[in-house]
Design a protein. Sequence first.
Length: 377
Amino acid sequence: MKKHGAVLVGNGLSVAFNPDLALDAITREVLERMGKADGDDIVAAMREIAERTLPEGVTSADDFEALVGAFGAETRTLGSLGTLADLKSPKDAELRGAIQRVAEFAERVRDTGISYVLEVICERSHATHEASANLHGLVRDLLATFDGRLTFGNLNYDTLLLAALMSEGDTGQVADLGDGRRKVEVLVNDEETCSVPALRRTPEDFPSYARVQLLNLHGSLTYWASPDGTRHAKLKRDLLEDGEQWQAVRDETTDIRPTVVLANPRDKAQHVGEYPFSLAYDMFRSGLDRADHWLIIGYSFRDFPVNAMLREQFEKDAHEPTVLVVTYGDAPSRRRIERAFGWDREEDGDSKGWLTIIRSGANGVQDTTKWQDFTSA
């Protein structure tokens, strides 16, 4: 009988193989670059948002979500402003024009701030030869252990996991949201048009022969879309690595923007209910439903939509899946993890029958006894 697995990956996996991807380090670098940026009205607004959000500088990894949430916090307001600008009332054309200008300005501030965040992540989306070998070893072990369907839900924007999967697996058996059968035309700068893969639209777009699915639940460096949402594309890494595409966003010379969930907790639930994130969530739910073994690496268990999905699928099963959580250090606690799954000690008993925790990190985890117990169960 084939063994099916589901793997949820958080920032801890990326940090384990490249410490420069730690969220507080990324936040510091983003603030430094914004401070050095040429000063127009957009840059001035962006700096003021950063100063108000982090008045005492970067003090923890939590500051990353605070900063990117501040840039994206007005998403709902922007939508309302756009609706107001389209209405015939107010009849004052000058007022409608002013509303439209405010909406466009706020969008540019958001896009500029997010471009700096993702540019830094893109530059750091690599691992040393030794660390890369360890990541590839982990992926290789997963591919060998789960010979049936293997579904990855990736919360990171970087491409470390994608690179390892493409290197260790048969490329024909790995599918992400990029659909090689369909192309879309995008303007990457004011002088260059490029034909790139579109993003898949439905579960049926995933090939049945691809037993490994990589689902970027909150988007990816490589996932882009037109502002009106009519075109969704996957860009090649080499188009992003020289920095010109990120600058093109800031210069408004490209007709596409990154498709990522960079929002505060209040807005995140709204974002993940929209395409393409909704498709990734639906596909990962199916992967959890199919798998008897759930592996969770480097996740803090503080993301409400993700926890809701885990709890929904966990409570839905007639019997608990075998769950292995790999983290580094004392956090998250066993109690926090149990709560994320909706497990109540008083009513449900001890969780040790289904939940195992490894606190030594992801680097070399495949060589531990607990890992061997998990993969052989």
